[in-house]
Design a protein around this ligand. Sequence first.
Ligand SMILES: *Cc1c(COP(=O)(O)O)cnc(C)c1O
Length: 317
Amino acid sequence: MLEAIKAAADKNLRLYPDPEAASLCSAIANYYGLASEQVFVGNGSDEVLAFAFQAFFSPGKTIVFPDITYTFYPVYCQFYDIPYREIPLTEYFNLPVQEFCGDYAGVVLANPNAPTGKSVPVCKIRTVLEGNPNCVVLVDEAYVDFGGDSAVSLVDSYKNLLVVKTMSKSRSLAGLRVGYAMGDADLIAGLNCVKNSFNSYTVDRLALVGAEASLRDEAYYRAMLAKVSLVRNHTASRLKSMGFCVMESSANFIFISHKRAPARSLYQDLRDRGILVRYFNRPKIDNYLRVTIGTEEEMDTFCKTIQEVLEVNYHEV
Ligand SMILES: *Cc1c(COP(=O)(O)O)cnc(C)c1O
């Protein structure tokens, strides 16, 4: 992948990139068994999401997403003046699937969800698609490769499904800024319309080349995914033995809470020792920490440090 980028860093950089990203679209289509017309490429999935909100949702028509989910969804709604309703997740952060079947004007689901890491099987996504036949159901699969169930298999059967993915997480390429959407050719045409209405040149030459090379390196990618899952599961069991409640995760992070040590102070205690985890000062999740899985060594340091904090500050053995 790095070799491919280095090789592409030549005098051709004086030329604009392909505005249609045709070669990368076709590589992605090949990878998932789709047609190129079913793929859209953007500068990270955040840009793809922004285009999708603008293309498929409209002012005056209420869309829905869970109350606990990726925090950019309400931001896009406010930016594009799209009314939204947050449907509460159940007590254990599960998706109340039936409540999402209301013939809404739009549905957005992160699967696996952030920051809980919980995922739903594709049959539940199918239920939501059938419960909303007249709007776009956007499934954000930023973390799906770490163990979720992808809805890409439904793209050919449901014209209202848009699956959004990113190379930032499972392909460790956040700096390259490549995200993509897969859906019916009409939806993809809609995204292209929005994009071309203000800047048709999106992804740059080096990112196009790097992303395509990453898709070719399946062995490395699989090995890295396996490693992350292994370290995640190992970290989860160590934390459980320290008295943590660890939510079942299909992502590259875990969502944890401790019965005696409040998340807010644990966050500060870890920070004082040079470890940064995510604390959300929000109702329902303010006693949880989201811990991203790093290398084996990093997670070992994390576990040892949190164990020490529990012993010193909370007299846990
Ligand atoms: C990280 C993330 C994104 C954005 O990723 P990009 O780096 O912009 O591709 C989108 N959705 C979710 C749920 C994410 O966690």
